[in-house]
Design a protein around this ligand. Sequence first.
Ligand SMILES: C[S@@+](CC[C@H](N)C(=O)[O-])C[C@H]1O[C@@H](n2cnc3c(N)ncnc32)[C@H](O)[C@@H]1O
Length: 310
Amino acid sequence: MGVSIYDEDTPAKYSCEVCSPKSHTDLIQAKAEGRQLWEERKVTHEESITLEKSKSKPAGNGITFPLTDECFHYTKKSQVEWDVQKYWRQRYDIWTRYDEGEGIYMTNDAWFGVTPEPAANKVAADLDGFVEKSKSVVIDIFAGVGGNAIAFALSERWSQVIAIEKDLSTIACGQHNAALYGVADRITWVNDDCFAYMKANASWIDHPKTVIFASPPWGGPGYTSDEIFNLNTMAPYSLNQIYEICKGIDCALFLPRSSDLRQIAKLAPERGERKIEVVTYCMRGAGKALVAYIPAAQTNMKHNELILHT
Ligand SMILES: C[S@@+](CC[C@H](N)C(=O)[O-])C[C@H]1O[C@@H](n2cnc3c(N)ncnc32)[C@H](O)[C@@H]1O
């Protein structure tokens, strides 16, 4: 116990090994007031750890990605490449503010995959209903030109919206479009490969507070040719590859409307009460896409359980 065997070391009065009650006045005072000081200190300590973690989050805020010569705001059909014209005709369905200010910017590839604003707003509202209120961070791992990220920011549901996009021209459009919608300061844009990003940042991503949203490429405009879309051969990333980085975190996957539901059902964890919910999103009466809202694996769900909504 550290008590000396020599008499000359023995103090006149033992308190404890290193201090006397005078050293504990705040504890004694707190006990007299019926407070549990050690619990208060624990909370303060945990808050300081959370603050330190948030300080070490990777860069993203404050970085500006300038528009490149692959970013366009088309105002006339004659400017638009033939394979994009079909989508450009629907520009006001996709972006209600298409012509406001400097206008919405898109890359030519982005027209095929952007989530139209009404659908993105509905997904943002549904995601709020699907996850617990304690969730405060949404990571859009395939952010594109910002269709969904902007809707998440506009919903004001999230304290942080992180938008990851690997293509520099595309992320520049997304950031520009977010500014046009007045939410530039509510989105952290990260120019990275989402698989590398999620791996490199695994230590600070707080699973209970985070939701992942993924609208991956579906393999280009020809994806609709299959009656039932095979998510195992989806290119360039299969359903399982994408789900692998979402494991342990609630996630929402934006997939082709004809996706094979049996493949989605296989992602259901073994036991529990929360189910995968699948919602089909329509525009002008036509199904455009579905979103599978998948609870984190540890919430224990019954195998193969799905709830379908349209
Ligand atoms: C279907 S689009 C997303 C559309 C987006 N939801 C929107 O509304 O604008 C898919 C995007 O993922 C990007 N992407 C593809 N692979 C990626 C990766 N490994 N990491 C990050 N972004 C990726 C593509 O460049 C493309 O912009």
